[in-house]
Design a protein around this ligand. Structure first.
Ligand code: ZN
Length: 79
């Protein structure tokens, strides 16, 4: 296995959305998400910010599916 150093997301000024995981460039206005318990979860991307409550749920479900596929892919590497 070979790894190669690339520029990190942070160096590019990108941060992952706390809901969907999409990398986005936080601007001066960053949406912050609070869970139903009122706890601050973190910064969210413009798409999640504009998706509305039901749209955000769909985006989170899609993110979960993506992470489940990614988990299977990583397990398949046999490390
Ligand atoms: Zn998002």
């Amino acid at each position: 296995m070979k790894t190669q150093q690339e520029r990190t997301d942070e160096e590019l000024g990108l941060a992952p959305c706390e809901l969907c995981g999409t990398l986005f460039k936080p601007g001066s206005i960053v949406g912050m998400f609070r869970g139903d318990d009122g706890n601050l979860i973190g910064g969210v991307c413009p798409e999640c910010l504009n998706a509305g409550k039901e749209g955000v749920k769909d985006r989170i479900r899609d993110a979960i599916k993506h992470h489940e596929r990614e988990l299977q892919r990583l397990k398949g590497l046999g490390v």
